[in-house]
Design a protein around this ligand. Structure first.
Ligand code: SF4
Length: 668
């Protein structure tokens, strides 16, 4: 029997779509966009559609597996859970709970996926990961400037006169915003794209500015200098609602337009043009997540925020420094779910440096790693070191749907349910402010189980099962508790399938900021507690000819590792109809200098590692720039993170994945 059911996308994506899922004879056979969803409007991307392939793939893990003499053998759930809980007990008794590391990421945006934190907190606290490979520096930067990272509601862009999309290829990663941009352009808005790559979003722009990777903050400084030279800054906003403007002026006076132009590889004329764009209000700025994956990442976002602020585009309709929308996640009652007060001990490693930290940890050393919602062997920088670290512990447990690079290394692999096989609610703190309901539609294949079932079974064996004895409805109601007074109940969500969350659609409109001073802070008081002065800086990437001439001579090309088109990070590569290969996209000048043709084989390397693939030429890519999409598995020639560095960004909470110099040669 054929049944079309409303559901939601679980993927960690800007758009958090509503779905129409066709179920036939107990199987998901098709995934479409929900035409009634206010953002999705019936359209979804290939990654969402591929959830059907994912759910039905013959490669799904069906049974608990244990590695015995280097080979995986099927074991019963009873044995797996008894043995894993036994190891947890023994490690806690011998070394304390911090000898266990929880390595996780955000492969699934379900609210109840956060119950892993409840498990580890009730266990007594384990070594946790902090920061983010993805957007961490920028989030922290906006907390320093505004007190939090909030974006305007999706419709607000239609009120913009100018829209600056800075380092975000929305055509690839934020398709419903792409449609909104088309609408805004039709209504007369001008679209300006700033990016090192001439991507599909750049193609629709009225003006495209190509910038040297890692130099976006300096570019913002150049535009600010021009605004000030032309006397176009918004003094009414600056004088009444900001702190530290004098420090900003001093910083900008310390550099020249000529040197900014040389380093950003953007002409002074282009910066002047952008100064007029920003001050021809309202101008909205939509930032991507790539340009802050550098050593100077926090300062990059802070300088762009400052540009938005001095041009008077903060808190106005059609304006904004739109980076993330944490208001969305803040609508839910996390602590009810996570029970952080149950944590007895605490130790944190950063996401970026987890491998080094695992290898060097003492008092206690790490004896067990449990991986949930992640694939660190492809996603965490410096793959060779990550592999060494994860192989070094006596017990590696991976909860997964497929035999990923990380699962391959495990001692136990526990088969997890896919999204349509369990009930949850989904949202994203990136773009829009709707929460979606995803009911259970089908049974899991084999013996795959929801993570929640796994945590409950382990908790029962470890003596805190009472903290897990709730029904799905009770868990979800717990997570929605903060919204109850607004009538956003579980019943209403189940009935409507999506609900609008009560968030501000024009953040900071009242000019009351969440900073210590209550003002917009060019010099941040929060920053002061962390870096000593909280001032903006004209800082540079760690790997560039301006910071390390010798390194840049040996490795002359900037490597970007952008999000793939058809896979959410590493999730789908094994499902492509044609086996994926590593594609090395090179700027035209690299192809010309090295006499490379489309399809040539090439090797890309630096001191951390190397990777091989085929050449594709980026006609308008910024000179000396290379891109290799992230996420590709080792069996297909990956991971590209063998090349990337585990350094932390300036504010300590982000990765430096794009701060990476490499060399390239043709392989004959
Ligand atoms: S991956 Fe993003 S755009 Fe694609 S269906 Fe899911 S939420 Fe929508």
């Amino acid at each position: 029997m054929n049944d079309i059911r409303q559901s939601a996308c679980p993927l960690n994506c800007w758009d958090s779509c509503g779905f129409h899922v066709t179920v036939e004879n107990g199987k998901v056979v098709k995934v479409d966009g929900d035409p009634t969803h206010p953002i999705t409007k019936g359209k979804i991307c290939g990654r969402g559609r591929m959830l059907e392939t994912r759910a039905n793939s013959p490669e799904r893990l069906l049974y608990p597996l244990k590695k015995i003499n280097g080979e995986f053998k099927r074991i019963s759930w009873e044995t797996a859970l008894d043995e894993i809980s036994g190891h947890l007990k023994e490690i806690k008794e011998k070394y304390g709970p911090l000898a266990v590391l929880h390595s996780h990421d955000y492969a699934n945006n379900g609210l109840l996926k956060n119950l892993d934190q409840r498990f580890f907190n009730c266990f007594g606290g384990v070594t946790e990961l902090t920061g983010s490979l993805c957007w961490g520096s920028g989030i922290e930067a906006q907390k320093w400037d505004f007190g939090d990272a909030y974006s305007h509601g999706p419709e607000d862009v239609l009120a913009s006169k100018n829209i600056v999309v800075w380092g975000r290829n929305v055509a690839r990663t934020n398709m419903h915003f792409y449609q909104m941009l088309q609408k805004a352009q039709k209504q007369g808005a001008r679209l300006i794209v700033i990016d090192p790559l001439y991507n599909a979003t750049a193609k629709m722009a009225d003006d495209f500015i190509t910038v040297k990777p890692g130099m976006d903050g300096l570019l913002a400084a150049g535009i600010m200098k021009e605004i000030i030279r032309l006397g176009l800054e918004d003094h009414s906003f600056i004088d009444a609602h900001t702190e530290g403007y004098e420090d900003l002026l001093e910083l900008l006076e310390g550099t020249s337009m000529a040197s900014i132009s040389e380093m950003t590889e953007v002409s002074i004329e282009e910066m002047t043009r952008l100064a007029y764009v920003f001050t021809d209000k309202p101008t909205s700025t939509y930032m991507g997540l790539g340009m802050q994956r550098y050593k100077n990442g926090g300062n990059t976002i802070r300088l762009i925020d400052a540009l938005v602020a001095i041009s008077g585009n903060v808190g106005i309709k059609g304006g904004g420094a739109n980076y993330a929308n944490l208001q969305v996640g803040q609508s839910f009652s996390f602590d009810q779910i996570a029970l952080s007060h149950r944590k007895e001990q605490k130790r944190q490693f950063t996401m970026m440096k987890q491998a080094e930290e695992i290898l060097s940890a003492v008092n206690p050393a790490i004896h067990m790693i449990i991986v949930t919602c992640g694939n660190p062997l492809t996603q965490v920088p410096d793959t060779n070191r990550v592999k060494e670290a994860f192989a070094s512990v006596s017990k590696l447990i991976v909860i997964e749907q497929f035999m990923t690079d990380t699962a391959m290394l495990a001692d136990y692999v526990l088969p997890a349910a896919a999204s349509f096989e369990e009930e949850d609610i989904y949202y994203s703190s990136m773009y829009h402010h709707y929460v979606n309901y995803g009911p259970k539609l089908v049974e899991s294949p084999g013996e795959a189980k929801p993570d929640l079932w796994i945590w409950t079974q382990l908790a029962n064996r470890l003596g805190f099962g009472d903290e897990f004895h709730f029904t799905r409805d009770q868990w979800l109601t717990m997570g929605l508790e903060l919204l109850d007074s607004n009538g956003k109940t579980l019943e209403a969500l189940k009935q409507n399938h999506w609900l609008e969350l009560p968030v501000k659609k024009i953040p900071w409109q009242d000019h009351v900021f969440k900073t210590a001073s209550g003002k917009y802070e060019f010099t941040s008081q929060l920053g002061k507690t962390k870096d000593g002065n909280g001032r903006l800086k004209l800082s540079l990437p760690e790997e560039s000819k301006w910071t390390d001439k010798k390194l840049a001579h040996e490795f002359p090309f900037s490597l970007l590792t952008i999000h793939p088109l058809r896979s959410n990070h590493s999730q789908n590569y094994h499902l492509y109809s044609k086996e994926p290969e590593v594609k090395i996209e090179v700027a035209q000048n690299i192809a010309d200098d090295l006499r490379l043709q489309e399809g040539d084989r090439a090797r890309v390397w630096n001191k951390r590692g190397e990777i091989e693939g085929f050449i594709s030429i980026l006609k308008k890519g910024h000179p000396n720039t290379i891109n290799i999409d992230e996420g590709i598995w080792s069996r297909f020639g990956g991971s590209v993170n063998t090349l990337t560095s585990s350094s932390e960004s300036d504010n300590g909470l982000g990765s430096t994945l794009y701060d990476c110099l490499v060399n390239l040669e043709k392989v004959l």
